[in-house]
Each structure stands twice: as C-alpha cells, then as structure tokens.
Write a protein that binds this ligand. Structure first.
Ligand SMILES: Cc1ncc(C[n+]2csc(CCOP(=O)(O)OP(=O)(O)O)c2C)c(N)n1
Ligand SMILES: [Mg+2]
Length: 893
C-alpha cells in the first residue's frame, strides 16, 4: 500500500495536468490567444483570492519579444542601406582617429556608435520624422551623446556638413568651423536640438517632453500629431537615478508617443554593466513593472532557424542562464570557443548547430545589429497604443572594430586605430579606400549621383527632412502688454505683502491676459500651497490628460483642487528634476513646436541649483526661455526650517550659468520691471537667455517705484533712498538685497537718528549682473589700451559717492565680494555663510549677523577705522545693540 500511494498521486497529477492543458488548447483553438490570456488572468485572480501564492515575475524568457513568424519584411533596399551604414561607420571612426592624430588627447568615441549604427540607421531610413513632415511637426530625438560621431558622419554623407567640419571634430574654434564633441544646441544651434551627454538627463527630459507634447495638444496650442519622442540611451546610463526615476509617469499618462531605445551592449566605460547578472532582464522587469510595452531585440536572424528547432526549450533556457560577463567573453572569442562553451553545455544543444561551421557560429548576429529585427521592433513601437515602449536592443560595443576593441573592456576609450586595424575595418565594411591611402584615414563620400547618396536623400525627403535639425519655428511676440505690470509700480499703499504674493498676483494677471495668458505655463513641484498659489487651481486648472474622474474632496470650496484635460498648471508632484524637465520642454517649445510658451517654474529655492543644477545647465545649453522662481528663499527669511531648507547659496550657484540672468528683488515694482523686461528680451527680441528670481515669504509694505530706477533695477543697482543728511561729516553707502534690504533701510534710519551718520541706501537687485558687466568692461579695456576705458556700471554709480561701503544680503558674502574691485573703496560684506538653523526670522538674522543692528555696527566700525568717528562710539553701539564681540562665527559653527 505504502509504495503505490505516491505513484497514484503522481499519476493523478499527470492526468489532471493533461486535462487542464487539453482544455487550454481547446480554448486556444476555438477562441484564440486573447481569450486564453483573459482566462488565465481570471484563474490567477481566483487563485489569489483563495490564498494561493503565485510567483511574480516581470521578466519574459531571454529571447526576442517579436517571434520570427510575426515579422514583416523590410521595405526599401537592405543592400543600399547596408552600404550606407558602412559608409557612416567608416567616416565616424575616421573622424575620431584623425582628430586624435591631429591633436593627441582630443578624445572622441568610436565604440558607442559602432554598437548603435543599425539602431540609428533603421531610424533614419524608415522612422525618424523631420520637421517638414506632412503628418505633423516631426519627431523629437534624443541621441546618445557618445554616438555623436555617427550622427555627424551621416550628416556629412547627406551633404549637410563638409570635410572641414569632420576634420575639426572636437576642435570647434578652428577656421571653417568644427563640431562639438556631443549634442549641444548652444554650440551648434542649427543642428543639435537636445543635449544628452550628461547621462540620465536625456531620458528624463524625453519623458517630460512627451508629456508636454500632449499638454500642448490638449490645451489646443498645437494640433494633434503622431510625432514621437525617441530617447536613445546606454545600458550603463540606466544606473543614473534620473534615467529610470521617472518611468512610471509615461505609463500612467499612457504616453504612446514615447519610445526609449536602450543600446544594450552590456558594457559601460570600465567594464560590463552587470557582469554577474543580466542588465536586459533587469531593465525589462523595471520597465514592465512600471507599465511600459517592452520589446526585447536580442538575437539576429541567424538564430531563428535554430530556435525553431528548440522544441524542448533547451536553447531558451541556455540563453537565459548565461550572465552578461560571459556573453561578453563569447563576443570576443572564436566560433570554436563559443561552440565548446555556450553550445557545449548540453549535447542536445551541440546537436542543434552541428551543421554550422565555427565561422558561421561566430557570425550569428545579435538583434541590435540586424536591421530586420530592429525595423520590426520600431514598427511595433510606433504602432503601440496606450503605453510608452522601451526597446532593449542587444549589441556588441565596438562592433566591427575587431582587434581594435570589439567587445573589449577598453573599447569605450578607444580613439586610435593602427594601419592594420584600419585596413581590416575597411575590408570588413567594403570601403573603397586603397591600401596606399589607408594611413591617411581619408573620409569617403560617394559621388552625388551615387545610389547611396540618392537613396539617403530620398528617404529623408520622404520622412520630412534631415534630422537632427534645429530651427526656431515660432514668430516673436509683438509686444509685452505693459498694463499688466502697472499696478505694481504704485506699491501696496500701506498693505503688507511678500514678494511671493506679488509674483503670484502678477502670474494670475498674466494668465488672464488675452494675448499672453494662454502661453503661460505655471510649473510647481507640490508646493503651490506653500506659495499661496491655490487660487490658480480653480482659475486655470491643473493639467491632467484624463481630466478629473473623481469628485474632489474640497469640491464645495471656492478654491477646490480642479484637474482638467485643458488645465494649465503643471503640478508635477515632488520632483524638482521632473519639473525642471517640463520647464525645459516648455521653454524650448518655441523651437521644437513653434509655440512661444512661457514657463514659470516656482519651487523651494534650496532644491533648485543645489539639487538639480545639472538640469539647469542642460536648460541653458538647450537655449531654454522662461523664469525660474526660487520660492521661500533666503537663509534668514525662511524661518524655522533649518539647515536643509534655508537657501543662502543659489544666487552664487547661478553665477556660472552664462545665459542665466539672476535677480534677488525686494519690491513689487522690481519684480514687475524684471519680468516685463524678461518677456521682452526672450519672446520679443528672442534672446537665448532665461531668468532666476528669488521670492520671499516675509511680508512688508511695498513702496512705490522711485523715479528713474528702471534702468538700475535691470542692471543690478540703483539708489533706493538718499540720506536726509547729505552734509553730515560721517557718510556711508549701504547696499541691501531682497528681504535684507529692509534691515538696511532700518539701519539707515538708526544711523541717521542715533549717530548722525548720513547713509544712502542702494538696492542691489543683481550682484551677478554687476559682476558680468564689470568683467566685460575690464576685458574690453585690456584689449583696447589706446581708447578711453569703459567704466563698469557699478563704478559709474559709485565712483563719487562719499563714505564707507557696507553690503548685506541673505546670501553668501561671495556675492558682494564679487564686485568689490570696481568700487572706489573696499566693501564691508555681511552675508549668511554657514549652515541654516531652525529659528525665528529675528533669531536667524541675529545669528547670521545681517539684521539692522549688525549693519549699524559694521558701518560704525568702518567709520571708526577711517577716523570719521571715535572708537568709543562703536563700543557703545555694540553694548546698545547687545552685540557680543566674542560671538562664534556663524560661517563655521
Ligand atoms: C553623468 C555622467 N557621468 C559620467 C559620464 C562619463 N561617461 C561617459 S560614457 C560613459 C559610459 C557609458 O556607458 P553606456 O551608458 O553603457 O553607453 P555605451 O557607450 O556603452 O553605449 C561614462 C561613464 C557622463 N557622460 N555623464
Ligand atoms: Mg553600454
């Protein structure tokens, strides 16, 4: 009895399984695969409801997602396309090799494009729509930065750039023009559209670009189109948090206009991406889990017949168990090695390929190098509805370089090829360069009327023109409606307001304006309430493609949380990086889509330059227009929040961004002047600049605009209030910015009333602008010694002013220090160097030594040093104001 029971159970199991499988087969035959899938789903739910724990996997087997029998044939001429691709390969490699011959260490990359050539060429010949496309406004394409040589090589064959350009790759300042190392719209504004080479930024910018395209369509700012956003990225790049950090958004928003192509050559710079694992499977799980359509393109056509013989799934199993480090080894080894080590794992596998020679085994290609596989993947991607698609294409890094680096760990840095390697490369790709010429590594372009050149041109013409190609496609705005800003020139007439409240009111007015209103794009990362912007929720709505499918909890209130498919606010949630990506999409729409959208991105200022500085740099490179608003800014103005939140850094961090104009305004009229002029410069005069303004939450009365201050506000400095005691023996010039200007005004009053010091007060709206102007003048003077020297604006203002100079701001002292050399006498700088603290505003200003008492004390000390007043006056003032001379230095405590 005991011995028969298990056998009975096993038999029973087998019978049961057969019955289930038979039933499934029946449904498959009678109802088809969709019905089977539905049935299995129902079964899964049922099992789970009854406590069955089912294993979860978001991975599929290590084979192509699109089976061979579902493939379509490729249109066009595969032979000509192969020839073109070879020519592109040759010229791409030649330009890097030649650049490094001409100038040792100039750099460049051969192996990234070598692995991605097919991925790009199939796109260029069949999928990438140019801006002149009849069907829409063209695709948005983020090219992998290190693949730039291949993109240039194609543009050369297309006749868009010439040999001098190629010759001057990475030597941009040479006569005749050169080519930038990577995609930089700043450097090549007619060519590159989107910067990508800071890894991870391309993917996140692509995601928000795709969403912004829908936003423009849903709001009626551009017609609906089938245009796609393509982002080409490296598998190593996927380790950057920005690369995968936002991938749930496009799935949630059903962005089927977005296609990621990950070039999975399994290598990054130093070595394998996942030597001990499988990056493709890992990425598949991540993307599938996030809701993407995942298409794996792993194996080339030579594998199809072998896989067809794999009835028992042995080969699929073997493919799935080999780790990436080992696959890389197969790529560099001989066919005999591959036979022994890959196929040799099982005699039945060996049997499957016994009809193939070692050479044939070696030549079994990977999916990412096989045009038909890539074509089918792209076709499926562009046709997919309801979700974004990621194509995981397996390739070999340095493909075609042979001994010069194919698949090797050093290949990323490969910039040189010796004659022998060049000869082999030439022969492999059939480039008509003779042995005698090979040492010169000549560029090669077939005649204008050759089949290849004609084919390229025809294909691009059919697809709407050359890509990449950057063109400003919007018309400038006629004028900025000045009425919008006039109320702010008057001041608040006794009422208190913060600069944030002023800005929000201004924004609300702009949104209501007939001309400007629809172009304004307010962007906020979950801080609208912090900035008092909730009234805008109701006024213009929060953008949501799906509209609002629920009844908001605050529906019965005036300012309810209104989501709408034509909503105007981009409420991004807690992602400064995502919001900044939206800012870039909106701020470059004047070129990408021919729409002059004006983004206003308001955020917690400490989480701007400090956190997403590299995206701000990318925005600058992209020639983004718009306004960044650092809210709740100032180290001492934001009370309570402490070390992580209080920003005394951002204005300094903004200095290096060459086309960013930064302001730290104090008053409503300053903001009005700056924004009005900013819109004029960016959208009427079309300058490639953008703005950074800090706005605060401290409330005070906003004064009326002093006569004649407009020019100074924009240049960075104007006299806000002259002293009532111009003839006093002791004089001072006090400089204040932002919220600290008020402390300086208070200090002026105290100095006059208590110490008889005649102090003028200046508002410094922008140290950065003064600094730039000073250097520009200095540079010009160096270059033009014979001509009358130019005088920096700050010197013009201050050269004749009497007295000591004292500056205070809510930012680090490096800001006032940066203009010191253009002043008639040295400046005493008060600022907020050091870590923030949780304290009241008054407590913080005492701690950081920037309140009016410290301004008074610093002024008196400077006057005493100059012999204008007696030292005892300073000692007495310190006592009066309770200032301890031995107080620890806040900059280091
Ligand atoms: C943010 C950032 N960090 C580092 C680099 C330097 N870098 C350039 S290419 C590269 C390796 C790229 O590997 P992968 O993404 O796999 O691209 P592949 O060249 O293999 O296609 C690195 C580390 C960079 N460009 N950006
Ligand atoms: Mg890689």
């Amino acid at each position: 009895m005991r011995s028969t029971a298990p056998k009975d159970a096993a038999e029973l199991d087998a019978v049961e399984r057969r019955e289930w499988l038979d039933s499934l087969d029946y449904v498959l035959q009678s109802g088809g695969p969709v019905k089977v899938a539905r049935l299995l789903q129902a079964l899964t739910i049922h099992a789970r409801q009854n406590g069955v724990k089912l294993p979860f996997t978001a991975k599929t087997p290590y084979i192509n997602t699109i089976p061979a029998d579902e493939q379509v044939l490729m249109p066009g001429s595969p032979d000509v396309e192969r020839r073109i691709k070879s020519l592109v390969r040759w010229n791409a490699a030649a330009m890097v090799v030649r650049a490094n011959k001409a100038e040792e260490g100039i750099g460049g990359h051969i192996s990234t494009f070598a692995s991605a050539a097919t991925l790009y060429e199939v796109g260029f010949n069949h999928f990438f729509h140019g801006h002149d496309d009849a069907k829409g406004d063209g695709d948005v394409i983020y090219f992998q930065g290190h693949a730039a040589p291949g993109i240039y090589a194609r543009a050369y064959l297309e006749g868009r750039i010439d040999e001098t350009h190629l010759e001057n790759f990475r030597r941009e300042t040479r006569p005749g023009g050169g080519l930038s190392s990577y995609p930089h719209p700043w450097l090549m504004p007619d060519f590159w559209e989107y910067p990508t080479v800071s890894m991870g930024l391309g993917p996140i910018m692509a995601i928000y670009q795709a969403r912004f395209m829908r936003y423009l369509e849903d709001r009626g700012l551009k017609p609906h189109s089938d245009a796609k956003v393509w982002a080409f990225l490296g598998d190593g790049e996927c380790d950057e948090p920005e690369a995968l950090g936002a991938i749930t958004l496009p799935a949630r928003e059903k962005l089927d206009n977005l296609i990621f192509v990950v070039n999975c050559n399994l290598q990054r710079l130093d070595g394998p991406v996942r030597g001990n694992g499988q990056i493709i499977q890992e990425l598949e799980a991540a993307f599938r889990g996030a809701g993407w359509n995942v298409i794996k393109v792993l194996w080339g056509r030579e594998w199809d017949p072998v896989l067809a013989k794999d009835r028992e799934g042995l080969l699929v199993k073997r493919m799935g168990e080999v780790v990436d480090g080992q696959y890389q080894k197969y790529a560099v080894e001989s066919g005999a090695y591959v036979r022994e080590h890959f196929w040799g794992a099982d005699p039945r596998l060996l049997d499957m390929v016994k009809h193939l020679s070692d050479d044939q085994l070696k030549k079994m290609s990977l999916g990412g190098h096989d045009p038909i596989k890539v074509y089918n993947a792209y076709k499926a991607a562009v046709e997919h509805k309801g979700a974004p698609t990621v194509i995981l294409a397996r390739t070999i890094k340095g493909y075609g370089l042979g001994e010069a680096g194919e698949g090797k760990n050093i290949t990323h840095q490969q910039k040189k090829m010796n004659e022998e390697e060049l000869r082999a490369f030439r022969t492999r790709f059939g480039i008509p360069v003779s042995d005698a010429d090979i040492a010169k590594t000549p560029f090669y372009r077939p005649p204008e009327d050759s089949l290849e050149i004609r084919y390229m041109r025809e294909r691009r013409q059919a697809l709407g023109g050359y890509v990449p190609s950057r063109r400003v496609r919007s018309e400038p705005l006629a004028a900025v409606p000045s009425e919008l800003f006039e109320e702010f020139y008057k001041g608040t007439e006794g009422r208190k307001a913060s600069t944030t409240m002023v800005f929000v009111r201004m924004l609300s007015k702009m949104l209501r304006d007939q001309e400007l209103g629809r172009l304004v794009v307010p962007i906020v990362p979950d801080e609208a309430r912090t900035f008092g912007m909730e009234a805008l929720f109701r006024q213009v709505g929060i953008y949501s493609h799906a509209g609002q499918v629920y009844e908001p909890v605050d529906m019965d209130t005036l300012l309810y949380y209104k989501e709408a498919s034509d909503g105007q606010i981009l409420e991004e949630g807690i992602t400064e990086a995502g919001s900044m990506s939206s800012f870039i999409a909106a701020g470059t729409a004047y070129a990408t889509h021919g729409v002059n959208t004006i983004p206003f991105f308001i955020y917690y200022s400490m989480f701007g330059f400090q956190r997403i500085g590299d995206l701000i740099w990318a925005a600058a490179d992209s020639r983004t227009r718009g306004f960044l608003l650092g809210g709740t800014s100032g180290r001492t103005t934001l009370a309570g929040e402490g070390l992580q939140h209080q920003d005394g850094n951002s204005h300094l961090l903004a200095y290096p961004v060459p086309n960013l104009v930064g302001y730290d305004p104090a008053f409503a009229y300053e903001i009005a002047v700056i924004i009005q002029d900013g819109i004029r410069r960016m959208y009427v005069d079309r300058e490639s600049i953008f703005y950074y303004l800090t706005v605060m939450n401290e409330q005070y009365e906003m004064p009326a605009m002093p006569e004649g201050s407009r020019d100074g506000i924009l240049k960075g400095l104007y006299r806000f209030r002259a002293t009532a005691k111009p003839n006093a023996p002791a004089r001072a010039q006090l400089f204040g910015s932002g919220a600290i200007l008020h402390e300086v005004i208070k200090a002026q009053e105290v100095l006059e009333s208590m110490y008889g010091v005649g102090a003028d007060v200046w508002s410094v709206t922008s140290y950065g602008e003064l600094y730039r102007d000073g250097h520009a003048a200095e540079r010009w003077n160096v270059l033009h010694p014979a001509e009358p020297p130019r005088v920096p604006y700050v010197t013009q203002c201050l050269k004749d002013v009497p007295g000591v100079l004292v500056a205070a701001s809510d930012y680090v002292k490096a800001l006032p220090d940066s203009i010191d050399r253009w002043l008639p006498r040295p400046l005493v700088a008060l600022g907020t160097d050091g870590f923030g603290r949780s304290e009241s505003r008054a407590g913080l200003r005492e701690f950081f030594e920037v309140d009016h008492r410290w301004v008074v004390a610093a002024t008196l000390a400077a006057l005493a040093r100059d012999g204008r007043i007696d030292r005892s006056v300073v000692d007495q003032a310190m006592k009066t104001f309770n200032i301890d001379p031995e107080k620890p230095n806040p900059a280091t405590s």
